[in-house]
Structures are given as structure tokens and as C-alpha cells.
Design a protein around this ligand. Structure first.
Ligand code: SAM
Length: 277
């Protein structure tokens, strides 16, 4: 009988964030394919699991995928893990899954931690619609172009970012997207877990003012003109609606600001930054 390829999520920090099913699967498979054999070896030792490990990385994932599929067709069951979190999410895993699907080999997820979802759920930003963008390009021009493409996105945007690039990324977000609510989620599930909330400009100033921003970061950007979590119409749309009802512009802004819990000044700033966009 053909084996199964299990895509097994592992913790993103706190080792307690591994599921019982993940542990059972790791105990039962014939082979664990992982990014870094030393790192995964440590994780398995922690849970007293002894399994043959096979390393795969982005650069050899295609070749490794073919090998894994051949072995699965020969009857072996294989767990695919990445260094942390869910395989395939800004990590290798996708090619293995696709090759297995194409070859008719069964692929089964063993769900668990992923930094993107962990950050989104705790962010306080709307969770009903979100867009995961992975890492922004590291070069400024490309990063700004990527942000331009997100300008009209009304869903919450979820990004991964490296600590040494965070200030530059925040400055570019401020320049391109203007006044948005941002959440910077750092070191999730770890001892120094932290959330910073504010505009990109405020967060850039906060991060630049620290001796160093360390650890792993998920950055979330409130959607453009999105209805907020309580279902209120976007600020600009509400102002237009009131004007349509015959309210003059000043009063419309004042009323919409009050309904959104904003000062008149902040409401003006938001409307201006959107107009600029
Ligand atoms: N596959 C992983 C997942 O499911 O979350 C993501 C791997 S990606 C190579 C690594 C990035 O994920 C980090 O640079 C950071 O942006 C984010 N990340 C991973 N662990 C995190 C944590 N504990 N706190 C905040 N961000 C984290």
C-alpha cells in the first residue's frame, strides 16, 4: 500500500504548541523530511522521538520532492516539517505537496501553529478577510512596488518581516499606504511576546528608538477603507453617505469621526491620506 505524506506543523516558539496528533504522526512515520536536520533533531529528541531525518531546502526541494514521492509510492509514510510552524507557509513544503498530488499520493495536513494566524487572531484587526503576503521584497524599490499593489486591499494584510528590515519596511508603509492601523506582533508564544499598535509612522519611530529590535515579527496592516470589526462603514464611505443625505461636509466628517471613535483631527488626517492615495 502506498504511504502518506504528512505535512506536520511544529511550534513557532513554545514547545507546548505541538499537537498530540503531530507527536503520534512523528512517532509512526518511517521518515521525517525537514529543513534543518540539527534543529528538527533537537525537537524530536525533546519529545523522545528517534527517526531517520532527510534534509530538504528551497534549493533542492524539487529533487527531494521527487525522492519523497517515490518512497511514498514504495509504501513509506513520511512527515514533512519545516524549522517552525506550518510547512509551505513562507517555507518549503508546497512543492512536495504539489508533486504528491500530481502523482496521486495521499497528502494529509497535521495542522498546528502558524505565525500568520496566531498574530492575526491576537491583533484585534478584522479577521473575517485577510491577505497573507509572506515577506515583502528586501530591496526598497521592489518593496514600495509591492506595497503599491496593496494600496486598495480592503482585507487585513499579514506580512512576515525580518527584524533588521522592520524600520525601513515601516517607513515605506507609511510613505505608500499612509494612515493605517498597524499591529507588530513579535516573538509570539515566547517569553518576550509583544504587540505594538499604531500607525506605520508611530511604529517606525518606536522601533527606531530602541537599541535593537530582536526576534521574529509578523506585521499586520488594517485594510484600506475596510469596514471595522463592528461592521461600521469605512470612514470615507460614511462621510460620502452623510453628504449624500444632505449633511454638509464639515458636519459629515464630525459625525463620522464620532461614530468611529476618532477625533475630528484624526478623521481629517485619515481622509487626507486616502485622498493622497
Ligand atoms: N512556516 C512558518 C509559519 O507557519 O509561521 C513561517 C516561516 S518563515 C521562514 C519565518 C517567519 O515567520 C519569521 O521571519 C517571522 O516573520 C514569522 N514568525 C515565525 N515564528 C514567529 C514568532 N514566534 N513570532 C513572530 N513571528 C514569527
Amino acid at each position: 500500500m502506498a504511504g502518506v505524506i504528512y505535512l506536520v506543523a511544529t511550534p513557532i516558539g513554545n514547545l507546548e504548541d505541538i499537537t498530540l496528533r503531530a507527536l503520534r504522526t512523528l512517532r509512526e512515520v518511517d521518515l521525517v523530511a525537514c529543513e534543518d536536520t540539527r534543529r528538527t533533531g533537537r525537537l524530536l529528541r525533546h519529545f523522545e522521538i528517534d527517526k531517520p531525518l532527510l534534509g530538504y531546502r528551497d534549493h533542492n526541494e524539487a529533487a527531494r520532492a521527487a525522492e519523497l514521492i517515490r518512497r511514498a509510492q514504495g509504501g513509506e509514510s513520511i512527515a514533512v516539517v519545516c524549522d517552525a510552524g506550518t510547512p509551505g507557509i513562507s517555507d518549503p513544503g508546497f512543492r512536495v505537496a504539489r508533486t504528491a498530488v500530481e502523482a496521486g499520493v495521499r497528502v494529509a495536513p497535521i495542522p498546528g501553529a502558524s505565525a500568520a494566524l496566531a498574530a492575526l487572531t491576537a491583533s484585534g484587526l478584522p479577521t473575517d478577510r485577510f491577505r497573507f503576503e509572506g515577506f515583502l521584497p528586501s530591496r526598497k524599490a521592489k518593496r514600495r512596488a509591492a506595497l503599491e499593489a496593496l494600496r486598495a486591499e480592503t482585507a487585513t494584510v499579514v506580512l512576515y518581516e525580518a527584524p533588521h528590515r522592520i524600520v525601513d519596511a515601516l517607513r515605506d508603509i507609511a510613505a505608500v499606504l499612509g494612515e493605517r492601523t498597524l499591529v507588530l506582533a513579535r516573538e509570539l508564544t515566547k517569553l518576550h511576546e509583544e504587540y505594538l499598535r499604531g500607525t506605520a509612522e508611530e511604529l517606525a519611530a518606536e522601533c527606531a528608538g530602541r537599541p535593537a529590535v530582536k526576534g521574529e515579527i509578523v506585521l499586520l496592516i488594517g485594510g484600506a477603507e475596510a469596514a471595522d470589526a463592528d461592521g461600521r462603514a469605512p470612514l470615507g464611505a460614511r462621510v460620502d453617505e452623510l453628504i449624500g443625505e444632505g449633511v454638509d461636509r464639515m458636519d459629515a466628517i464630525k459625525r463620522a469621526a464620532r461614530e468611529h471613535g476618532l477625533s475630528k483631527r484624526d478623521a481629517y488626517r485619515i481622509l487626507e491620506s486616502r485622498r493622497g492615495g
